[in-house]
Each structure stands twice: as C-alpha cells, then as structure tokens.
Design a protein around this ligand. Sequence first.
Ligand code: MYR
Length: 185
Amino acid sequence: MAPIAPRSGDAVFANVERVNAELFTLTYGAIVRQLLTDLEEVEEVNKQLDQMGYNIGIRLIDEFLAKSNVSRCVDFKETAEVIAKVGFKMFLGVSASVTNWDADGTCCSLILEDNPLVDFVELPDTCQGLYYCNVLSGVIRGALEMVSMKTEVTWVRDMLRGDDAYELKVKLLKQVPEEYPYKDD
Ligand code: MYR
C-alpha cells in the first residue's frame, strides 16, 4: 500500500484560507438572517448592516495602513484605486475595477465581478429591497472617514437583485484638512 503522503504546506494553507473564507461568508449570512428576524423591516436591516460596516471600517483602516504600506494618496482617484486593488484584495480576497468617473474626479464606481459575500446566497421574495452586502458600503465610508474623507457610498447594481454586476458608487463629499496637533507658539 502506498504511504499516505503529507500535503505540502502551501496546499494546507490554501485549504485553511478557503475554509476561513467560507466560514466568514456563512457567518455573515447568519448575521443578515438574524437581523431580518429581529428588525423585520428590510430598510432597517440595510441601515444596520451599513452601521456595522462603518464600525468595522473605522477600525480596519489601521490594519490596512499597517499591512499595506500604502502612503498618502495624491487625490481621490488614487484613493479609489487603492481601495479597489489593495483594500478589497486584502479583506475580501478579490479586487474591483474603478470606472464611471465624474468630471471633477470626486465620484466613481467600484465594480466587483466576484463577490465572496454572496456565495451560497439566494434571497427569497420577501427580501426585495434588501441590500445584502450593505456592510461593504459602511466599511468603505468608515475607513475613508478615518483618513479625512467624508463619503457617500451607495449600491448601483446588485446581482442578488438581478443586475449583471456589483457596483458601488463612491462620492467624495468633503475632504477634511488634517490639523497639526500642536500649537506653534
Ligand atoms: C490615504 O491616506 O490617502 C490612503 C487612503 C487609503 C484608504 C484605503 C481604504 C481601504 C478600505 C478597504 C475597504 C475594504 C472593503 C472590503
């Protein structure tokens, strides 16, 4: 009989990552389901998911800045690229594309073709109006607020609602200048 060959470290690591990702997806689904039960109104669930995301975002930015080595972005266009290519990759395992810029460079769309949050998800008819992934809009809003950018983040397209992609509109409302924390006198 052939000996049982140990799996390589890489294979084990990939497996652990996949299991973690699935656990995360299923846990998120369980949270949404519980909110639907507790709050009853889909609009309230949308608000709660966004608020949860915001609370995550204001903390996650520290980890993002520490791990990514990203330095200050020159403008909002660079910030959007960083979110799409580095932030999404780091926390969601997929990257997004950035499109639909407005003329003054303060509003764009982040398009996700692959969205691990919705693996295994099917929404019943009673959930029409639910923005299942609303935690993501809150995360972006919270994270950007911590680096002095007030934004409005809204869903434009959602595959769970029958659209052909996931599209988030990110609008920069205000860039708060950072204050020097010490008085010069
Ligand atoms: C700067 O200070 O100019 C850099 C700003 C970088 C902001 C990056 C925010 C990362 C947000 C990650 C979102 C992940 C969603 C899953």
